[in-house]
Design a protein around this ligand. Sequence first.
Ligand code: ATP
Length: 299
Amino acid sequence: MLKVSHVTKYYDKVKAVDDLSFEVKDGEIFGLLGVNGAGKTTTFRMITGLLDKTEGEILFNGKKIDYSVTDQIGFLTEERSLLTKLTVLEQAYLYGGLKGLTNKEINERLDKLLAKLEIPEYKNRKIKELSKGNQQKVQLIMSIINEPKLLILDEPFSGLDPINIELFKDLIMELKNKGTSIIFSSHRMDHVEYFCDSLVILVKGKTVLEGNLKEIKENYRKKNILVEGDINIDKIKEIPGVLKIEENKGTYTISIENKEVNTKVFKEISKSKNITKYLLEDASLNEIFIEKVGASYEK
Ligand code: ATP
Protein backbone atom coordinates (compact mmCIF):
# COMPACT_ATOMS: atom_id res chain seq x y z
CA MET A 1 0.00 0.00 0.00
CA LEU A 2 2.69 2.52 1.02
CA LYS A 3 6.34 2.04 0.21
CA VAL A 4 8.94 4.52 1.40
CA SER A 5 12.34 3.79 -0.16
CA HIS A 6 15.62 5.45 0.80
CA VAL A 7 14.02 8.82 1.50
CA THR A 8 16.23 11.69 2.61
CA LYS A 9 15.20 15.26 3.38
CA TYR A 10 17.44 18.26 3.91
CA TYR A 11 16.29 21.66 5.15
CA ASP A 12 19.27 23.65 3.87
CA LYS A 13 22.11 21.88 5.64
CA VAL A 14 19.96 20.13 8.26
CA LYS A 15 19.40 16.47 7.42
CA ALA A 16 15.94 15.90 8.95
CA VAL A 17 15.37 12.43 7.44
CA ASP A 18 18.25 10.14 6.52
CA ASP A 19 17.79 7.20 4.11
CA LEU A 20 14.44 6.10 5.54
CA SER A 21 12.75 2.96 4.19
CA PHE A 22 9.63 1.15 5.37
CA GLU A 23 6.48 -0.43 4.05
CA VAL A 24 2.92 -0.23 5.34
CA LYS A 25 0.64 -3.07 4.29
CA ASP A 26 -3.15 -3.01 3.74
CA GLY A 27 -5.04 -2.87 7.03
CA GLU A 28 -1.85 -2.63 9.07
CA ILE A 29 -1.15 -0.16 11.88
CA PHE A 30 2.44 0.97 11.55
CA GLY A 31 4.29 2.93 14.25
CA LEU A 32 6.62 5.80 13.32
CA LEU A 33 8.38 6.70 16.54
CA GLY A 34 11.11 8.97 17.75
CA VAL A 35 11.87 11.71 20.24
CA ASN A 36 11.19 15.38 19.46
CA GLY A 37 12.96 16.47 16.30
CA ALA A 38 13.55 12.91 15.06
CA GLY A 39 11.94 13.60 11.68
CA LYS A 40 8.40 12.22 12.05
CA THR A 41 6.48 15.33 10.97
CA THR A 42 8.82 15.83 8.04
CA THR A 43 8.14 12.23 6.96
CA PHE A 44 4.35 12.69 7.28
CA ARG A 45 4.51 15.86 5.21
CA MET A 46 6.43 14.07 2.46
CA ILE A 47 3.93 11.20 2.43
CA THR A 48 0.98 13.61 2.19
CA GLY A 49 2.66 15.58 -0.61
CA LEU A 50 3.00 18.77 1.47
CA LEU A 51 6.78 18.68 1.25
CA ASP A 52 9.20 17.56 -1.46
CA LYS A 53 11.81 14.98 -0.57
CA THR A 54 15.46 15.54 -1.40
CA GLU A 55 16.13 11.93 -2.39
CA GLY A 56 14.32 8.60 -2.55
CA GLU A 57 10.87 7.43 -3.57
CA ILE A 58 7.42 7.20 -1.96
CA LEU A 59 4.86 5.01 -3.70
CA PHE A 60 1.19 4.67 -2.79
CA ASN A 61 -0.22 1.49 -4.36
CA GLY A 62 2.62 1.70 -6.86
CA LYS A 63 1.94 5.36 -7.76
CA LYS A 64 3.90 8.50 -6.98
CA ILE A 65 2.19 10.94 -4.61
CA ASP A 66 -0.01 13.49 -6.45
CA TYR A 67 -3.49 14.96 -5.88
CA SER A 68 -5.29 11.79 -7.01
CA VAL A 69 -3.38 9.95 -4.28
CA THR A 70 -3.63 12.57 -1.52
CA ASP A 71 -7.45 12.42 -1.78
CA GLN A 72 -7.13 8.89 -0.38
CA ILE A 73 -4.97 9.94 2.56
CA GLY A 74 -6.19 11.35 5.89
CA PHE A 75 -3.83 13.24 8.20
CA LEU A 76 -4.49 14.03 11.85
CA THR A 77 -1.73 16.51 12.61
CA GLU A 78 -0.22 16.95 16.05
CA GLU A 79 -0.93 20.67 16.03
CA ARG A 80 -4.55 21.81 15.65
CA SER A 81 -5.40 22.74 12.08
CA LEU A 82 -9.06 23.69 12.42
CA LEU A 83 -10.58 27.02 11.42
CA THR A 84 -12.04 27.77 14.80
CA LYS A 85 -14.44 30.54 13.70
CA LEU A 86 -16.34 28.01 11.58
CA THR A 87 -18.99 25.63 12.84
CA VAL A 88 -18.22 21.91 12.77
CA LEU A 89 -20.48 21.49 9.73
CA GLU A 90 -18.87 24.42 7.85
CA GLN A 91 -15.43 22.97 8.56
CA ALA A 92 -16.59 19.58 7.27
CA TYR A 93 -17.97 21.16 4.07
CA LEU A 94 -14.61 22.80 3.53
CA TYR A 95 -12.46 19.71 4.15
CA GLY A 96 -14.83 17.27 2.48
CA GLY A 97 -15.26 19.63 -0.48
CA LEU A 98 -11.50 19.73 -0.99
CA LYS A 99 -11.53 15.92 -1.04
CA GLY A 100 -14.25 15.90 -3.73
CA LEU A 101 -17.27 14.97 -1.59
CA THR A 102 -20.77 16.44 -2.09
CA ASN A 103 -22.46 18.32 0.76
CA LYS A 104 -25.00 15.48 1.07
CA GLU A 105 -22.22 12.90 1.52
CA ILE A 106 -20.46 15.16 4.01
CA ASN A 107 -23.64 15.63 6.05
CA GLU A 108 -24.33 11.91 6.23
CA ARG A 109 -20.79 10.98 7.19
CA LEU A 110 -20.51 13.81 9.71
CA ASP A 111 -23.74 12.75 11.46
CA LYS A 112 -22.48 9.18 11.78
CA LEU A 113 -19.06 10.19 13.10
CA LEU A 114 -20.40 12.78 15.55
CA ALA A 115 -22.77 10.13 16.91
CA LYS A 116 -19.97 7.60 17.20
CA LEU A 117 -17.82 10.07 19.16
CA GLU A 118 -20.85 11.04 21.24
CA ILE A 119 -21.01 14.75 20.31
CA PRO A 120 -23.96 15.03 17.86
CA GLU A 121 -25.10 18.25 19.56
CA TYR A 122 -22.00 20.13 18.35
CA LYS A 123 -22.70 19.93 14.61
CA ASN A 124 -23.72 23.59 14.32
CA ARG A 125 -21.53 24.98 17.07
CA LYS A 126 -18.46 27.11 16.39
CA ILE A 127 -15.28 25.10 16.88
CA LYS A 128 -13.75 27.76 19.17
CA GLU A 129 -16.60 27.14 21.64
CA LEU A 130 -15.66 23.47 22.02
CA SER A 131 -13.38 22.05 24.71
CA LYS A 132 -9.86 20.90 23.79
CA GLY A 133 -10.91 17.23 23.80
CA ASN A 134 -13.96 17.89 21.64
CA GLN A 135 -11.84 19.89 19.19
CA GLN A 136 -9.58 16.84 18.99
CA LYS A 137 -12.64 14.72 18.14
CA VAL A 138 -13.57 17.17 15.38
CA GLN A 139 -10.01 17.03 14.10
CA LEU A 140 -10.14 13.23 13.93
CA ILE A 141 -13.49 13.40 12.11
CA MET A 142 -12.02 15.80 9.51
CA SER A 143 -9.12 13.44 8.87
CA ILE A 144 -11.44 10.49 8.16
CA ILE A 145 -14.43 12.19 6.49
CA ASN A 146 -13.02 11.18 3.09
CA GLU A 147 -12.83 7.52 4.26
CA PRO A 148 -9.08 7.42 3.54
CA LYS A 149 -7.23 4.26 2.53
CA LEU A 150 -4.21 5.53 4.43
CA LEU A 151 -4.61 7.45 7.68
CA ILE A 152 -1.81 9.22 9.51
CA LEU A 153 -2.41 9.75 13.21
CA ASP A 154 0.14 12.00 14.91
CA GLU A 155 -0.40 11.95 18.71
CA PRO A 156 -4.15 11.28 18.28
CA PHE A 157 -4.93 11.05 22.00
CA SER A 158 -3.51 14.41 22.98
CA GLY A 159 -5.86 16.29 25.31
CA LEU A 160 -8.29 13.37 25.71
CA ASP A 161 -9.60 11.95 28.98
CA PRO A 162 -9.54 8.14 29.53
CA ILE A 163 -13.17 7.68 28.41
CA ASN A 164 -12.61 9.55 25.16
CA ILE A 165 -9.35 7.66 24.60
CA GLU A 166 -11.45 4.46 24.62
CA LEU A 167 -13.88 5.97 22.07
CA PHE A 168 -10.95 6.90 19.82
CA LYS A 169 -9.37 3.46 20.24
CA ASP A 170 -12.60 1.73 19.20
CA LEU A 171 -12.95 3.95 16.15
CA ILE A 172 -9.31 3.41 15.13
CA MET A 173 -9.70 -0.38 15.46
CA GLU A 174 -12.92 -0.21 13.44
CA LEU A 175 -11.07 1.61 10.65
CA LYS A 176 -8.26 -0.94 10.73
CA ASN A 177 -10.77 -3.82 10.56
CA LYS A 178 -12.34 -2.18 7.50
CA GLY A 179 -8.92 -2.33 5.81
CA THR A 180 -7.60 1.21 6.40
CA SER A 181 -3.82 1.32 6.69
CA ILE A 182 -2.72 3.53 9.54
CA ILE A 183 0.56 5.20 10.43
CA PHE A 184 0.53 5.89 14.13
CA SER A 185 2.85 8.17 16.02
CA SER A 186 2.89 8.68 19.76
CA HIS A 187 5.24 9.14 22.67
CA ARG A 188 2.99 6.83 24.69
CA MET A 189 4.59 3.42 24.24
CA ASP A 190 1.63 1.61 25.82
CA HIS A 191 -0.57 2.96 23.00
CA VAL A 192 2.01 1.93 20.42
CA GLU A 193 2.10 -1.59 21.90
CA TYR A 194 -1.69 -1.73 21.82
CA PHE A 195 -2.05 -0.73 18.16
CA CYS A 196 1.05 -1.36 16.10
CA ASP A 197 1.93 -4.43 14.09
CA SER A 198 5.29 -3.07 12.90
CA LEU A 199 7.31 0.00 13.62
CA VAL A 200 10.33 2.17 12.94
CA ILE A 201 12.19 4.17 15.58
CA LEU A 202 14.03 7.26 14.33
CA VAL A 203 16.87 9.14 15.97
CA LYS A 204 17.95 12.33 14.22
CA GLY A 205 16.28 11.11 11.04
CA LYS A 206 18.02 7.72 11.07
CA THR A 207 16.38 4.35 11.69
CA VAL A 208 17.72 2.73 14.88
CA LEU A 209 15.16 -0.08 15.16
CA GLU A 210 12.59 -1.50 12.78
CA GLY A 211 10.43 -4.56 12.26
CA ASN A 212 7.51 -6.52 13.58
CA LEU A 213 6.72 -5.53 17.17
CA LYS A 214 6.19 -9.09 18.40
CA GLU A 215 9.53 -10.19 16.91
CA ILE A 216 11.31 -7.11 18.25
CA LYS A 217 10.11 -7.97 21.75
CA GLU A 218 10.93 -11.66 21.48
CA ASN A 219 14.39 -10.97 20.09
CA TYR A 220 15.22 -8.38 22.74
CA ARG A 221 17.27 -10.44 25.16
CA LYS A 222 16.53 -8.63 28.40
CA LYS A 223 13.43 -9.87 30.24
CA ASN A 224 11.58 -8.97 33.40
CA ILE A 225 10.37 -11.20 36.23
CA LEU A 226 7.43 -9.89 38.24
CA VAL A 227 7.18 -11.25 41.77
CA GLU A 228 4.86 -10.66 44.70
CA GLY A 229 5.71 -12.01 48.14
CA ASP A 230 8.61 -12.13 50.59
CA ILE A 231 11.87 -12.49 48.68
CA ASN A 232 15.50 -12.29 49.70
CA ILE A 233 16.57 -9.29 47.62
CA ASP A 234 20.25 -9.48 48.60
CA LYS A 235 20.51 -13.11 47.50
CA ILE A 236 18.80 -12.38 44.16
CA LYS A 237 21.05 -9.38 43.50
CA GLU A 238 24.07 -11.71 43.73
CA ILE A 239 22.84 -13.96 40.90
CA PRO A 240 24.93 -13.30 37.75
CA GLY A 241 22.73 -11.78 35.03
CA VAL A 242 20.37 -9.98 37.41
CA LEU A 243 20.54 -6.34 36.30
CA LYS A 244 18.32 -4.54 38.79
CA ILE A 245 15.41 -4.99 41.18
CA GLU A 246 12.68 -2.41 41.64
CA GLU A 247 9.73 -2.48 44.01
CA ASN A 248 6.41 -0.73 43.44
CA LYS A 249 3.33 -1.28 45.59
CA GLY A 250 4.43 -4.74 46.68
CA THR A 251 5.45 -6.02 43.24
CA TYR A 252 9.13 -6.60 42.54
CA THR A 253 10.39 -6.22 38.99
CA ILE A 254 13.62 -8.14 38.50
CA SER A 255 15.38 -7.23 35.24
CA ILE A 256 17.52 -10.03 33.85
CA GLU A 257 20.09 -10.15 31.06
CA ASN A 258 18.40 -13.02 29.19
CA LYS A 259 15.79 -15.65 29.82
CA GLU A 260 18.35 -18.29 30.90
CA VAL A 261 18.89 -16.26 34.10
CA ASN A 262 15.26 -16.95 34.98
CA THR A 263 16.02 -20.55 36.05
CA LYS A 264 18.49 -19.35 38.70
CA VAL A 265 16.16 -16.64 39.98
CA PHE A 266 13.28 -19.11 40.12
CA LYS A 267 15.40 -21.57 42.12
CA GLU A 268 16.24 -18.88 44.67
CA ILE A 269 12.70 -17.53 44.92
CA SER A 270 11.15 -20.98 45.31
CA LYS A 271 12.91 -21.19 48.70
CA SER A 272 10.40 -18.64 49.94
CA LYS A 273 7.11 -19.95 51.33
CA ASN A 274 5.10 -16.88 50.61
CA ILE A 275 5.01 -16.10 46.86
CA THR A 276 1.66 -15.03 45.38
CA LYS A 277 2.86 -14.13 41.89
CA TYR A 278 5.74 -15.11 39.58
CA LEU A 279 5.72 -14.01 35.95
CA LEU A 280 8.41 -13.91 33.25
CA GLU A 281 7.71 -11.15 30.72
CA ASP A 282 9.29 -9.61 27.63
CA ALA A 283 10.72 -6.15 28.19
CA SER A 284 8.21 -3.38 27.51
CA LEU A 285 8.48 -1.30 24.34
CA ASN A 286 9.17 1.65 26.61
CA GLU A 287 12.34 -0.06 27.93
CA ILE A 288 13.43 -1.05 24.43
CA PHE A 289 12.80 2.48 23.15
CA ILE A 290 14.79 4.09 25.95
CA GLU A 291 17.73 1.73 25.45
CA LYS A 292 17.82 2.04 21.65
CA VAL A 293 17.31 5.79 21.55
CA GLY A 294 19.64 6.38 24.50
CA ALA A 295 22.43 4.34 22.91
CA SER A 296 22.12 6.28 19.66
CA TYR A 297 22.18 9.61 21.50
CA GLU A 298 25.51 8.74 23.05
CA LYS A 299 27.14 8.06 19.65
P1 ATP B 1 8.31 16.40 17.22
O1 ATP B 1 8.09 15.09 17.93
O2 ATP B 1 8.91 17.44 18.13
O3 ATP B 1 7.11 16.89 16.47
P2 ATP B 1 9.52 15.42 14.73
O4 ATP B 1 10.01 14.03 14.92
O5 ATP B 1 8.19 15.57 14.09
O6 ATP B 1 9.52 16.17 16.14
P3 ATP B 1 10.53 17.17 12.65
O7 ATP B 1 9.58 18.30 12.95
O8 ATP B 1 10.29 16.39 11.41
O9 ATP B 1 10.64 16.19 13.90
O10 ATP B 1 12.00 17.80 12.59
C1 ATP B 1 13.15 17.08 12.19
C2 ATP B 1 14.35 18.03 12.13
O11 ATP B 1 14.15 18.97 11.07
C3 ATP B 1 14.58 18.85 13.38
O12 ATP B 1 15.97 18.99 13.55
C4 ATP B 1 13.94 20.20 13.05
O13 ATP B 1 14.57 21.24 13.75
C5 ATP B 1 14.21 20.30 11.56
N1 ATP B 1 13.16 21.08 10.85
C6 ATP B 1 11.84 20.78 10.83
N2 ATP B 1 11.15 21.66 10.05
C7 ATP B 1 12.07 22.54 9.58
C8 ATP B 1 12.01 23.69 8.70
N3 ATP B 1 10.86 24.08 8.16
N4 ATP B 1 13.17 24.32 8.45
C9 ATP B 1 14.35 23.92 8.97
N5 ATP B 1 14.48 22.84 9.79
C10 ATP B 1 13.37 22.16 10.09
